[in-house]
Design a protein around this ligand. Structure first.
Ligand code: HEM
Length: 258
């Protein structure tokens, strides 16, 4: 059952977000400070040598590994964002979480996914084996490697970007346009799935096959669930007012709204 006090439901997530934000910022600043001190100290060259030894940081493959890892994380976050977004529209998580929290979390995970896509594509330009130019990254189908599937990834990125930007323009564009644009996220997700599956080196691994099939099927199931629910709601709303009056209809509507 959803909690009906919106001001209260808004406060808790934003307090948690603020605390997490402060802790994260302190960790990043602290980590950078320690790294700079170590690099500038007399032990700097030895540390660099050990890092190269530990992570093969000077190898040709390093950036390729990073871009692949970032791509997989971005994909998983995009999937999670879809699951949360469909929870907001279908309300299937309302028994467990306040819907405002689910909405905020959905928005945050979308941003995080975009962050990892940015890492995924910026690192492509650093790759020493097959460096990508800005045009090959930004213009669909110019990729020197699997142009069609990589091109679909570029388009999926633009769709995801557009959908995420409209979170902040909801008031200006109105909720109908917001909902229409948001429906395109399904296309963005489908594009990202095909892109990962057919452009990715790791797709041949049984584990990755399982990830793509599992994530794809959950989104398919939740989309069908949402569509069926929407059709049922429409049908109920169109039903003639029963004898006995408006009270019955209002009761029915409020049950659906829950
Ligand atoms: C929604 C946006 C995107 C997502 C979620 C995404 C995700 C992924 C995933 C999961 C892989 C497979 C990694 C692997 O199997 O190891 C991949 C591969 C790849 N992606 Fe993306 N990607 C996106 C956008 C882009 C864009 C805009 C480019 C720009 C050129 C791009 C270029 C590539 C390339 C070249 C590969 C092949 C890397 C390899 O495995 O060798 N992706 N991406």
């Amino acid at each position: 059952m959803s909690v009906s006090n919106p001001s209260q439901s808004k406060q808790n997530p934003s307090l948690i977000q603020a605390i997490l934000g402060i802790v994260f910022t302190l960790l990043v600043i602290g980590g950078l400070f320690v790294a700079v001190v170590v690099v500038l100290s007399p032990a700097g060259p030895t540390v660099a040598q050990n890092l190269n030894w530990l992570f093969a940081a000077d190898s040709v493959q390093l950036w390729w590994y990073v871009t692949r890892a970032a791509g997989i994380v971005a994909y998983l976050l995009l999937w999670f964002s879809m699951v949360l977004g469909l929870a907001v529209t279908s309300k299937y998580l309302d028994q467990l979480l306040d819907r405002m929290f689910t909405y905020d979390f959905h928005q945050f995970i979308s941003l995080l996914s975009i962050g990892f896509v940015l890492l995924h594509i910026v690192v492509l330009s650093l790759d020493r084996y097959l460096p990508y130019s800005a045009a090959q990254i930004l213009i669909p189908f110019l990729s020197p490697y699997r142009p069609v599937w990589v091109g679909i990834g570029v388009l999926a990125f633009y769709v995801t970007l557009l959908v995420t930007i409209t979170f902040y323009l909801k008031r200006q564009i109105g909720s109908r346009a917001f909902r229409i644009i948001h429906a395109f996220s399904l296309l963005g997700y489908l594009g990202a799935t095909l892109h990962g599956l057919y452009a990715g080196t790791d797709s041949v691994l049984p584990a990755m096959q399982l990830v793509y099939k599992g994530t794809g099927l959950t989104v398919l199931f939740l989309t069908v669930f949402w569509l069926v629910l929407a059709a049922l709601r429409k049908k109920t709303a169109q039903r003639p007012v029963p004898a006995g009056g408006r009270k019955g209809q209002a009761g029915m509507r409020s049950t659906i709204a829950k």
